[in-house]
Design a protein around this ligand. Structure first.
Ligand SMILES: NC(=O)c1ccc[n+]([C@@H]2O[C@H](COP(=O)([O-])OP(=O)(O)OC[C@H]3O[C@@H](n4cnc5c(N)ncnc54)[C@H](O)[C@@H]3O)[C@@H](O)[C@H]2O)c1
Length: 254
């Protein structure tokens, strides 16, 4: 079998980077797109086997250009990891301005749709494929002070389930991964945002976040990456239309 051709959006850092590294370690041909040029340059230096392309998933022409470049250089596409997502402003719904609401929807929902729309002809042509959408624990529970984020992460569940039905006949699986509190700078800034709103310290917010989990630690991003690799592997070919939480058994958001 030839190597899998994989695209990871927002892969210059965080969970996306862990996913790109994990696919690359299996021998897959991996392309990473990201809005952050400096982050991509650093990734190129550290992991020269990866193909990198600058792209803002919220910008239609940037997405079209990126998919053209990636599919040409990889020679097609088998796996799409829709990882790009921004958290947005931390504020109660009544204090969130329309511009901040729309910014989150534009990246998390419209961006995911647009990348998928442009990638679909190549995934269908491959005759077998996998799409993984990065939702969140915020797509399983309500998420106070992050209404735009939570709305988009629930939206990705409907997106996943609908796409799974439409793409079954093309032998393309579509699943959503729902990470909880993941170790890294992103969750650190979530905790800082919560502390600002609540008046508690970051340490108190960390303890409060872990209190709702059966397993009292943050999720290792490599575990999320391994799940994505499994879903795209031969062993994962019968799993489609599913929401897969990976959150140390979180019972509620804080
Ligand atoms: N970290 C967590 O605790 C956590 C938990 C649940 C879900 N998630 C989801 O996982 C995904 C990745 O999260 P993360 O924590 O690794 O993210 P992150 O904040 O570390 O960002 C990862 C990358 O996204 C890129 N990016 C931002 N806007 C972009 C855009 N418009 N176009 C292209 N790239 C863009 C950034 O440059 C960065 O390199 C997101 O969808 C997030 O919602 C994260």
């Amino acid at each position: 079998m030839s190597e899998l051709k994989v695209l990871v959006t927002a892969g210059a850092g965080g969970i996306g980077r862990a996913i790109a590294e994990a696919f690359s370690a299996t021998g897959a041909l991996v392309a990473v797109c990201d809005i952050d040029v400096e982050g991509l340059k650093q990734l190129e230096r550290e992991l020269p086997d990866l193909m990198t392309v600058q792209c803002d998933v919220a910008d239609v022409s940037s997405v079209e250009r990126m998919i053209d470049q990636v599919t040409e250089q990889l020679g097609g596409l088998d796996v799409l990891i829709n990882n790009a997502g921004i958290a947005g402003v931390t504020a109660p719904a009544g204090e969130l301005c329309l511009r901040d609401w729309e910014k989150v929807l534009r990246v998390n929902l419209t961006g995911t749709f647009d990348v998928t729309r442009c990638a679909l002809p190549y995934l269908k042509a491959a005759g077998s494929g996998a799409i993984v959408n990065m939702s969140s624990v915020a797509g399983r529970f309500g998420y106070p002070n992050r209404i735009a984020y939570s709305t988009t992460k629930w939206g990705l569940i409907g997106f996943t389930k609908t796409l799974a039905i439409e793409l079954g006949e093309f032998n393309i699986t579509v699943n959503a991964i729902l990470p909880g509190a993941v170790d890294g700078p992103r969750f650190q800034s979530v905790l800082e945002g919560r502390a600002k709103v609540s008046g508690r310290t970051v340490d108190e917010e960390t303890q409060a976040a872990l209190a709702s989990q059966s397993i009292k630690r943050l999720v290792d991003p490599r575990h999320i990456a391994d799940l994505a690799v499994f879903l795209a592997s031969d062993s994962g070919r019968s799993i489609s239309g599913q929401m897969l939480p990976i959150d140390c058994d979180m019972q509620h958001t804080s």
